[in-house]
Design a protein around this ligand. Structure first.
Ligand code: PMP
Length: 330
């Protein structure tokens, strides 16, 4: 019978799909790595398996253990799926800017979720970093994967995303573009691609305007899952050849275009990464093969990015030309 023993076996090996319409007028190829096709719906399934299996091997995670993690949702889903298979409880801490739909998804998988304010500094006792540290100390048999410092986060990409991109492009990839949250995706994938290509592949980070990676102060932005107000250990500061800052407006406008024009119903950090990839494509020659990683799907953002009233409230959708040409975001 052609069956998989477990959903966990379906993680990774996501397809690479050529973008056509949003790249009109550009000669370089732009290829999207579609991570919402992972079973948990995001790139974060990859790190969940590797972090949990490494913690079991090292004895940090024991039978009956509780996984405590601050997560914007996607890491939580990945951890919940793997934990469910292996019999662990999950306790997640999320900032209040995260879409309600995402929190409902975590609870649907059986996880417990604590919601914390976004508008406090990271060292404030109510910040989601502080609350998760406290729970990890106080809950018996707790283990905190800490995707912000766990080497298995970037390593999962070094061992899966990077080799997949190299094989899928038959070594022709010239540029890799990804958003930076924990930095795990860009650091692990970027390191692998640089090593195997002898330094030929250029690695470009996409970052929300206001985030520290592109020189911002950590001021708030609306795109979820990317950008930071701290520098996590999982981000290799040497891996990026360039970092491109993208506004919320450009990120969300492109996110809507990806759904309408490419059939890709994806999240806001995907629009952000594609804006950066198109800027790279505009500067690169016709031989460039640019892979851009799309971390998650769009269903968790229906009441925000795909809601005209929400977009209009923030001034992101003032005229119909907002859905317009590539030139609008270049
Ligand atoms: N986009 C979304 C929607 C995410 O949840 C994440 C993970 N925080 C990222 C992008 C960034 O990935 P990474 O943490 O590997 O930098």
């Amino acid at each position: 019978m052609r069956v998989y023993d477990s959903l966990v076996d379906l993680i990774g090996n996501t397809p690479l799909v050529r973008l056509h319409k949003v790249t009109a007028g550009l000669s370089a190829q732009v290829l999207a790595k579609v991570e919402y096709l992972n079973p948990g719906g995001s790139v974060k399934d990859r790190i969940a398996v590797r972090m949990i299996e490494a913690a079991e091997a090292s004895g940090q995670l024991r039978p009956g253990g509780v996984i405590v993690e601050p997560t914007s949702g996607n890491t939580g889903v990945g951890l919940a799926i793997v934990a469910q298979k292996k019999g662990y409880r999950c306790l997640f801490v999320v900032p209040d800017k995260v879409a309600q739909d995402k929190i409902s998804v975590l609870r649907a998988y059986g996880a417990e979720v604590v919601v914390c304010p976004t508008a406090v500094s990271p060292d404030h006792p109510d910040s989601y970093y502080s609350v998760s540290d406290r729970l990890a100390r106080e809950v018996p048999n707790a283990w905190k994967p800490d995707q912000y410092s766990n080497v298995n986060n970037p390593d999962s990409h070094y061992h899966s995303t990077g080799p997949e991109l190299w094989e899928q492009t038959e070594g022709k990839i010239t540029h890799f573009v990804a958003g930076i949250g924990t930095g795990g995706t860009i650091s692990g994938t970027g390191r692998y691609l640089k090593e195997i290509s002898g330094g030929r592949v250029k690695v470009i980070g996409a970052d929300p305007e206001g985030s520290v990676y592109s020189g911002g102060s950590g001021r708030p932005y609306l795109v979820e899952g990317v950008g930071e107000d701290i520098w996590p250990a999982t981000y290799d500061t040497k891996v990026c050849d360039e970092i491109i800052a993208v506004s919320d407006r450009d990120s969300f406008t492109m996110t809507r275009r990806l759904a309408r024009e490419e059939g890709l119903l994806v999240g806001g950090s995907c629009g952000m990464a594609v804006v950066a990839a198109l800027r790279v494509a505009a500067a690169a020659g016709p031989d460039a093969v640019i892979a851009v990683l799309l971390p998650d799907g769009g269903r968790g953002y229906l009441s925000k990015i795909f809601n005209d009233d929400w977009m209009a409230d923030y001034g992101f959708l003032t005229t119909s030309s907002d859905e317009g040409l590539v030139g609008d975001v270049l």
